[in-house]
Design a protein around this ligand. Structure first.
Ligand SMILES: [Fe+2]
Length: 586
């Protein structure tokens, strides 16, 4: 049985395909149309998923769409009556959603009548919860989804047991942890969709001097019996104007309207415009925001643990990308095991909706664990060779070596490790592309973590991003406890742990200013070639870590070999390992 999941007309448009309960492919539309966080209809992502599965649209039995316009209808109507512009926007979105079968038919040049699949509408947060629990290794777990807003809710929690989830509660519009973080992110002068993670990085440079103010802006009742949290609505505007999000078009990055009111400036001081320099006051505000988010998020998780008695928790929703908060779960709550879906944001809804249909609606038993994130497009040696030839890079002063070994060869990892140890910034393009926003060793730029200057060099030459943002370490899973204060696996770079004080000097480049690292733990089983690379680096240097940043320069992560070559040439990387091909400046 074949189930196609589609996240359409929403940020991070994506598609996924599940065949007989196993994920075959999943990818974001942005990787194809090269528009970051692209919304719209993910026609190319769907086409890729079908191709990877060797199927046509006629073979699809069910289509799962992570949106249910009828969820929380009474609340929606209440706000629609108060906000006519919001009602118009909702109506427009509803028309788009009810037109998904037609959009699918158009994309495949067929008649909607000829699509035999059954269409299902899965509520946004139920799809988030399903995306994490149904692909986790846990038979029994507590579940939490938290984001900005989806189907008029911002948070949902429950319990997963085998092939079933039981929803226990939700927080509805206008209260939202995600919108809280987004509003203050805007206030601090970071206006782009998805800028929250920059503020999370900035927080490490400040002190939570304004925590008391943020306790008014986001209110929380710690008692086990009260549900959720509340925003101090005087500080926000979205409950009066409707959340202004423009993301219907696929060729544009979504944008957000202003979410904070003048009261916020009265309480926190003058807002920062994007052009203004960052001052210590801004860093302290970021630290206070992060501290308050952690108090409430971890408080909710504590309550969830007490109510359910579970030792494991599954997380999804955009807030679950807060790796700093996630890293504190083990000390701050009774949970001992954590699973975060690698595409915890709205891209992951495509996977979640498909698995929701398979388990929750069809009652099928569990048979799949997502223990790696390589569900996107891969390219053959011949395709890579053609991309190299077409570019003419060999004629432009680069030497190209083709390695013969294939997957298990030692020479390619050893030569690459030597270049990294020599300080060379190396593009590392292997296998199938990562699902989710983190590069995890298949579309990565790797560098020497031992060199304190490497962060500045990378920023200056390749990444061109804010200097305060940290780079991440990829570590051999078996060495985690030696370098970090926690050793619970973090295969998808969704947890940040303290680097052991005695090891901070060994890996200064990916150690953040507060002594933490947003680590990726790498196993041989999940990624043999990346594991071999880091092992070779360890054999050379004694350090089982490489610095890993995404293979891009202010654009979606590269997907095809052509894009990798372009990015390599455009930036000032020293070397590019493209499958079995080693390309260096000669
Ligand atoms: Fe969401």
């Amino acid at each position: 049985m074949n189930i196609l999941g589609i996240n359409a007309y929403h940020g991070n448009a994506s598609a996924a395909i599940v065949c007989d309960g196993r994920l075959i492919a999943a990818v974001e539309e942005e990787r194809f149309n090269r528009v970051k966080y692209a919304a719209g209809f993910p026609a190319r992502a769907i086409r890729y998923c079908l191709k990877e599965a060797g199927l046509t649209l006629a073979d699809i039995d069910h289509v799962a769409v992570p949106r249910n316009p009828y969820a929380r209808l009474a609340t929606k109507l209440f706000y629609a009556l108060r906000m006519p512009s919001f009602a118009r926007e909702r109506a427009r979105v509803l028309v788009k959603f009810t037109g998904i079968p037609e959009a699918l038919a158009r994309a495949f040049d067929t008649d909607p009548e000829k699509i035999g699949a059954t269409f299902h509408r899965i509520e946004h947060h139920q799809a988030h919860l399903a995306s994490s629990f149904f692909v986790s290794p846990f038979e029994h777990a507590a579940l939490l989804s938290a984001d900005g807003l989806g189907d008029f809710a911002s948070t949902m929690w429950g319990v997963g047991e085998g092939p079933r989830m039981r929803i226990e509660g939700a927080v509805a519009f206008p209260h939202s942890l995600g919108l809280f973080y987004s509003a203050v992110t805007q206030y601090l002068g970071f206006l782009k969709y998805g800028d929250e993670y920059k503020v999370m990085g900035l927080a490490a440079y400040g002190q939570p001097e304004q925590l008391h103010a943020f306790r008014e802006i986001l209110r929380f009742e710690a008692s086990t019996h009260s549900d959720g949290f509340r925003l101090g609505l005087d500080y926000f505007t979205h409950h009066r104007t409707g959340p202004e999000m423009s993301w219907a078009e696929g060729d544009k990055t979504p944008t957000l309207g202003k979410m904070f009111s003048d009261e916020m400036a009265k309480r926190l001081g003058r807002l920062r415009t994007p052009e203004e320099p960052l001052e210590q006051r801004h860093r302290d505000l970021a630290a206070s925001l992060q501290a308050r988010l952690e108090e409430v998020y971890l408080g909710m998780l504590r309550k969830l643990a007490k109510r359910t008695g579970c030792k494991a928790v599954c997380l999804a929703g955009g807030v679950a990308f807060n790796c700093v908060a996630n890293g504190k779960i083990f000390d701050a709550t009774p949970f001992e095991q954590v699973y975060v879906h690698p595409a915890a944001g709205d891209a992951g809804l495509a996977v979640g909706a498909a698995f929701h249909v398979w388990h929750q609606l069809l009652g099928k038993p569990r048979s799949f664990v997502m223990d790696h994130a390589y569900w996107g497009p891969g390219y053959t040696r011949e395709e890579i060779r053609r991309a190299i030839d077409a570019n003419g890079i060999a004629q432009s002063g680069y030497s190209i070596t083709e390695m013969p070994e294939g997957e298990n060869g030692k020479e390619l990892p050893q030569r690459t490790a030597r270049m990294i140890a020599d300080g060379k910034i190396t593009g590392w393009f292997q296998g199938r592309a990562e699902w989710g926003p983190r590069a995890l060793g298949n579309r990565s730029i790797v560098a020497d973590p031992r060199r304190p200057e490497m962060k500045d060099i990378l920023n200056r030459r390749v990444k061109h991003r804010e200097i305060f943002r940290p780079f991440a370490p990829s570590i051999l899973a078996e060495a985690t406890a030696e370098y970090f204060v926690k050793s619970h696996p973090s295969p998808f770079m969704t947890l940040a742990y303290g680097v052991r004080p005695e090891k901070r000097g060994s890996i200064p480049a990916p150690t953040h200013v507060d002594g933490t690292g947003r680590l990726q733990t790498v196993t041989h089983e999940a990624n043999p070639r990346y594991h071999a690379l880091i092992s070779a680096f360890r054999d050379l240097t004694g350090v089982p870590v490489v610095l890993n940043t995404s293979f891009n320069d202010n654009e979606p992560i590269v997907c095809r070999p052509e894009e990798a070559i372009d990015c390599f040439l455009r930036t000032q990387m020293d070397a590019l390992v493209l499958g079995d091909f080693l390309i260096v400046k000669s």
